[in-house]
Design a protein around this ligand. Structure first.
Ligand SMILES: Cc1ncc(C[n+]2csc(CCOP(=O)(O)OP(=O)(O)O)c2C)c(N)n1
Ligand SMILES: [Mg+2]
Length: 332
């Protein structure tokens, strides 16, 4: 990576160190979740590993005080950047009452937190896309300049919801950023069996918006592209489709064994493109991090992960009589 690229993008040293720490926090929480799952303490994990640069690069390019995000299940990096805490994520992993995402009702990865404008999603993939478009329409009607940011996998870009949402946003020039995190698999189905066109971004042309494919392992490239898209949205120029090509460094979920469909060579290549390692090298080359600071950051993160794990493990489950809370409208 070229030297001082972050400065050319208007990012300070502090900001890029913050982005690095957020990526690493996401990774370490995710790794802890796998250990907890394999030791029988939590029921399920669906990972962000390999997609952190796409998630954190994009989030830092948005207005994290004002914009709405509609993440999909891998977006741990997005929700951390938007203010969800490690403790809150662990509460969801352990399905405890205090989990802000669903009070322990939903599987982990079904993010939602009103105060941070993280919009609750559903298990059927891509249902968040029309919701994001609706939120962008609401912003337009209210005269707000907030942007609606929605993510999904490349397999999910085949769902009707994506096409309906993209078309409506294109016709009405709504402020939506569609970001496809293309990790080249939909569970065990490889990309060549998913798409009839070469790139997910090719589809943008059909909906009258720019479509851009970028290296999703390159944090600064993602930041730059999403920043330009957000500026375009705020100027009233309409939506953008961004495809970040990245790798899924884990099986699809804790219930999958990817050794049946991915070779060791393929995995070794994916691991050599680890976005956290790549950005760590950039920080070192630019003299922003050394062994001592790296250790300090790691220690700080592990203290948070340990504290969050202990807290969530000890926290109470929801009471059975609370099961219908927040399901139906309750009269005040
Ligand atoms: C409508 C619908 N069909 C199928 C599923 C089961 N399912 C969950 S994740 C997934 C794969 C999605 O792949 P992709 O969109 O590429 O996202 P990735 O998991 O690779 O990040 C499938 C088929 C679902 N949740 N919803
Ligand atoms: Mg995929």
């Amino acid at each position: 990576m070229a030297k001082n690229r972050h400065k050319e993008l208007g990012l300070s040293d502090q900001e890029v160190l913050g982005m690095y720490e957020t990526m690493l926090l996401a990774r370490r929480i995710d790794e802890r979740m796998w250990l907890l799952n394999r030791s029988g303490k939590i029921p399920f994990v669906i990972s962000c590993q390999g997609q952190e640069a796409s998630q954190v690069g994009a989030s830092y390019a948005l207005n994290r005080e004002k914009d709405y995000v509609l993440p999909y299940y891998r977006d741990l990096g997005v929700v951390l950047a938007f203010g969800m805490t490690p403790k809150e994520i662990m509460l969801s992993g352990f399905a405890k009452a205090e989990d802000p995402n669903s009070g322990g009702r939903q599987m982990p990865g079904h993010f939602g937190q009103r105060k941070n404008r993280i919009v609750t999603g559903s298990s059927p993939v891509t249902t968040q896309v029309p919701h994001a478009v609706g939120i962008a329409l609401a912003a337009r009607m209210e005269g707000s300049d907030s942007v609606s940011f929605v993510t999904f996998g490349e397999g999910s870009s085949n769902q009707g919801d994506f096409h309906e949402g993209a078309n409506f946003a294109g016709v009405h020039k709504l402020p939506v950023i569609f970001m496809c995190e293309n990790n080249k698999y939909a569970i065990s189905v490889p990309i060549e069996k998913q798409l009839a066109c070469e790139r997910v971004s090719d589809r943008a042309a059909g909906y009258g918006m720019p479509g851009i494919t970028i290296d999703g392992n390159d944090l600064l490239e993602v930041y730059k592209t999403v920043k330009e898209a957000a500026d375009r949205c705020r100027n009233g120029e309409g939506p953008v489709l961004i495809e970040t090509v990245c790798n899924r460094l884990t099986p699809h979920s804790s219930d999958d064994d990817d050794r049946t469909y991915r070779s060791p060579d393929e995995m070794a290549k994916a691991k050599s493109q680890d976005p956290i390692v790549l950005f760590g090298s950039y920080l070192r080359e630019n003299g922003l991090i050394d062994d001592e600071l790296e250790k300090e950051i790691n220690d700080r993160i592990m203290a948070q992960v340990n504290e969050a794990t202990d807290y969530a493990e000890e926290a109470p489950y929801a009471m059975p009589e609370d099961a219908l809370e927040h399901v139906y409208h309750e009269k005040a």
